[in-house]
Design a protein. Structure first.
Length: 121
């Protein structure tokens, strides 16, 4: 029973060490970073051109949806490749589960396609 709690002690020690490392790094950055705010330093920099107009611009939601779809299908590949590596030893249940997983993602892709998200026109 003692080794059971010791394993939690190791996890707790690593967690405390990680938090302390981050705190020390942020503290050192706050103490050592130079602070000389000049108007030229605080201006928006755009490839050497002086900024014109406001800094806020509206972006179409399509770009965000397209990025979100990329993340979804990237996650699919992360799950699919290891599964394909051990495919023979998993049995028929794993095949059915992966077919359901791919089917749900395919439904998401069909939905995005029907909504016109994948068109860049």
């Amino acid at each position: 029973m003692e080794t059971y709690y010791q394993s939690y002690g190791v996890v707790l020690a690593v967690l405390i060490a990680g938090v302390a490392l981050v705190a020390v790094a942020f503290g050192a950055a706050a103490l050592l970073a130079p602070r000389r705010p000049l108007p030229a330093k605080l201006a928006t920099y755009e490839c050497g051109m002086d900024p014109v107009g406001e800094g806020w611009s509206q972006t179409q939601i399509r770009y965000y949806i397209f990025g979100f779809l990329f993340v979804i299908f990237d996650v699919e590949s992360v799950f699919l490749f290891p599964w394909a590596r051990v495919f023979e030893g998993l049995g028929m249940t794993a095949v059915v589960e992966m077919a359901i997983f791919i089917g749900i993602l395919a439904l998401g892709l069909v939905y995005a396609w029907r909504k016109g998200v994948l068109r860049w026109v």
